[in-house]
Design a protein around this ligand. Sequence first.
Ligand code: PMP
Length: 283
Amino acid sequence: RIVYVNGKFVPEEEARVSVFDRGFMFADGVYEVSSVLRGKLIENEGHMTRLRRSLSELSMQSPGTDDEIEAIQNRLITLNKLDEGLVYLQVTRGAADRDFIYPGENVKPTLVLFTQAKNVIDNPIAETGITVKTVADIRWARRDIKTVGLLAPCMAKMEAKAAGFSDAWMVEDGYVTEGSSNNAYIVTKEGTIVTRQVGNAILNGITRRAVLALAEKHNYKVEERLFTVEECYDAAEAFVTSATMFVQGVVKIDGAKLGDGKPGKITQQLRELYIEMALAEVS
Ligand code: PMP
């Protein structure tokens, strides 16, 4: 696999980052994951806009313009002959002597990108759905910034996995925040789609925004509000969204099996609508 690091496209074995890189020392870095269908990026403008916001919230220098970054993403897709999968991109504040104070402007950000092949559309999980365990959300208070400090969600997912579940839904003050790496939704018995409102407590998902717009366009009632774990147990359906999973059904939350144990009708329709939108973008 060819990866990109600070201006160079190199075989992954040859890619090097300093041990003094602040991404390594402080998790002082941000990232984006864009999905790829038919060799083309999906919703990349949204990912670039969110990257700008993450950089700006952390007063981090930008590694380039949107066009320059997109050109690197596309070049990497071509070099790796990627048809379907994802492009990961990470910006850190760069390498400097270890100090909590940010280094000066002379320290340039580190930019790393790689690709991963993956079946995004024909994902077998779309048929079966996933199971989720609710766990305490022990993350920091700025989850709207997409930083590489991901140990808390790793711990959450490990806790879920140890108990036999596919993923974790994180809970704060009795309310679901989001999944370990996705936004979380329930569909009530009345057919209302409920997901937490954006703010500092969750990541403002690019897929979330598109899926909510599609839901409203197709006359579903959408409520962006807090929802409790008890409401989850009582839901007709549940699902998650992310750039690499699109829309995935949730069939069990803790001990509560939802519906007939398969991804629900509304979930499946939203998945189809999102796939249709994504395919239209690349054709
Ligand atoms: N929440 C969290 C915590 C995530 O890590 C992700 C995936 N990056 C999402 C939500 C979904 O965001 P997106 O739809 O932009 O991939």
